[in-house]
Design a protein. Structure first.
Length: 146
């Protein structure tokens, strides 16, 4: 096996691992806190509402934007029909996942205050735009031969 082939295989493995980890992280973020809660006393209604950001606050808008991105990713991945063409399926799923990462990073950049996270959001935006562009180019080429 050529050195280039080995490098390509390692890169593909890293891409798959990264995609899986990101999807699991997004799914964990999308899971409401009460879904993982132990059974016990139920707090008064006002107590749970106090933990939720008001929709008209900056935090509420950010949470809403992030939740919309996660919901969109869930809907798209649920609707996606695996074709059996590993390259095409990977490109489509990776494209969806990177768009969600991009949207979440944009929400952090727009509303976040923590410098380290804002810096990370900038790097994510740059890298995801580049990867989306590469995936779109491959998908356009793939469809020419479809």
């Amino acid at each position: 096996m050529s050195q280039q082939r080995k490098q390509d295989m390692l890169k593909n493995n890293r891409d798959w691992k990264r995609a899986c980890i990101t999807i699991m992280a997004l799914a964990a973020l999308a899971t409401p806190p009460w879904a993982n809660a132990q059974s016990g006393p139920v707090p008064a209604d006002g107590a749970t509402r106090a933990l939720e950001p008001a929709a008209d606050t900056v935090e509420g808008k950010s949470a809403t934007e992030m939740q919309k991105s996660i919901d969109s990713l869930k809907e798209k991945t649920a609707a996606f029909q695996v074709t059996g063409n590993t390259d095409f399926d990977f490109a489509m799923m990776a494209r969806m996942q990177r768009q969600a990462e991009l949207d979440i990073a944009k929400a952090e950049l727009e509303h976040g205050k923590e410098p380290m996270l804002r810096s990370m959001a900038n790097r994510i935006i740059e890298s995801q735009k580049n990867e989306i562009k590469q995936l779109d180019q491959w998908l356009a080429l793939f469809h020419k031969f479809d």
